[in-house]
Design a protein around this ligand. Structure first.
Ligand SMILES: Cc1cc2nc3c(=O)[nH]c(=O)nc-3n(C[C@H](O)[C@H](O)[C@H](O)COP(=O)(O)OP(=O)(O)OC[C@H]3O[C@@H](n4cnc5c(N)ncnc54)[C@H](O)[C@@H]3O)c2cc1C
Length: 383
């Protein structure tokens, strides 16, 4: 991937213009108040950017993996919390797209494409994070339905989303005897915990999802029985690329702000941008952001083609881009000196927001496990 196509450039310009006008102005307030970025959702949905990946056959914009990354990157550059709207809509619906029946896709994807509903992904539990297969939520067959019982933890957009892909154990006698189901917020027995009080992405709601004898018709199972864990992992191979895009966007936002500040701020009678010590720091920031972006776009190409080496590239892009976002946003605070440490400037928010990209959809330790496994199996190819 050496150059974006005209079409991809047009997508990037359109999202950037929309975010400058309608997302960035609310980013500080969304962080301060910890409120869901409804204005971002409305603007993104009106422009078909809230779930751009949904195929045209289901009423969506049909954006490919790279275009979806460009949307997420540009939204994250303005407001990381808002970028979880397109990001988690992809995460929540991808199990359906990868493994669901035509009938399920036709029923649940059009409202998401039309901006009338959001979709969350419920894998993690209080005692099952990195070891997600150790989940305890059970789904027990009862006539023409399954009865779901358990607690899902850390669910992004919980309460706001109408639909949930829920992973639950259907065969406790084997490891990962897990199936996936579509659960509706309005199903009897579904409720939510209090919003988590977080370090960053404060405008993105993170809550527990409680499933108390929730009766789900058997035709809401995604794919065949006991294949849910394979679907969960394949989904993450693809969506780690979107987390990488989110991280690139956060880092780019911090770099842009640091560059502008360094040109304006004067000490010792000249702009601080004149000092080589700062120039070297800015150069390193720009170099890392561009390297992260290239790896992310290379991974997006593999996601689009569903290449066998997507697992390596998705993990590598997510790990590298999130580490980059953490370094670059921390350096941006340094470029602003004491001002960077205050809420009066956005770089401390970006630094707090960057941290989550090293943790969710598999911590960066887990990404390294995935990469090593792929390398040792000889699966990784070269560009
Ligand atoms: C804000 C937020 C939003 C989230 N959104 C969602 C969501 O929408 N849906 C969802 O299902 N989940 C979501 N998650 C959950 C997230 O994916 C998990 O937090 C993550 O996978 C880590 O699990 P854990 O927190 O239980 O940490 P643990 O698994 O307990 O890990 C603790 C530490 O041990 C390390 N570790 C664990 N195992 C190993 C190992 N084998 N080798 C080396 N180190 C290891 C980890 O890297 C980490 O540093 C979200 C989390 C947060 C904080």
């Amino acid at each position: 991937m050496y150059a974006l196509s005209e079409e991809h450039r047009a997508v990037r310009e359109a999202v950037r213009a929309l975010c400058d006008a309608k997302v960035a102005p609310h980013a500080g307030e969304v962080d301060e108040t910890g409120s869901f970025p409804q204005a971002s959702y409305d603007a993104l949905a009106a422009a078909d950017f809230a779930a751009p990946h949904i195929p045209e056959a289901y009423g969506g914009a049909g954006a490919d993996a790279l275009a979806t990354c460009l949307v997420i990157e540009e939204v994250a550059r303005a407001c990381a919390a808002s970028s979880l709207i397109p990001g988690v809509n992809k995460l929540g619906t991808l199990p359906l797209l990868l493994s669901g029946s035509e009938e399920l896709k036709a029923r649940y994807l059009p409202p998401v494409a039309a901006g009338r509903a959001m979709f969350s992904y419920c894998l993690s539990e209080p005692e099952a994070g990195s070891d997600a297969a150790a989940m305890r939520t059970r789904a027990v067959r009862d006539g023409d339905a399954y009865v779901l019982d358990g607690v899902k933890r850390w669910i992004t957009n919980a309460g706001v989303s109408q639909y949930y892909t829920v992973f639950a154990v259907t065969d406790p006698d084997r490891r990962a005897g897990i199936s996936a189901f579509v659960v509706d917020r309005d199903d009897d027995g579904v409720s939510f915990g209090a919003p988590e009080r977080k370090l960053g992405i404060k405008g993105s709601p993170t809550r527990e999802v409680y499933l108390d004898r929730v009766r789900v018709p058997a035709d809401r199972m995604i794919g065949a029985e006991h294949t849910g864990y394979a679907t969960a992992l394949r989904t993450l191979d693809h969506t780690r690329v979107t987390i990488a895009a989110q991280a690139v966007g956060i880092a780019q936002g911090a770099l842009d702000f640091a560059l502008a500040y360094a040109r304006e701020r004067r000490q010792f009678g000249r702009p601080i941008a004149d000092f080589q010590g700062l120039q070297f720091m800015l150069a390193d920031m720009g170099m890392k952001v561009e390297a992260a972006r290239q790896l992310t776009y290379a991974a997006a190409g593999r996601s689009e083609r569903d290449d066998p080496d997507l697992a390596f590239f998705g993990a590598a892009a997510k790990c590298f881009a999130s580490d980059t976002a953490m370094q670059v946003t921390t350096d941006a605070v340094q470029v602003l000196g004491g001002y960077g440490y205050t809420h009066d400037y956005p770089v401390e928010r970006m630094m707090r927001d960057a941290k989550i990209t090293q943790i969710y959809e598999g911590t960066n330790q887990v990404q390294r496990i995935v990469m090593a496994r792929q390398l040792l199996a000889g699966v990784q190819s070269r560009v």
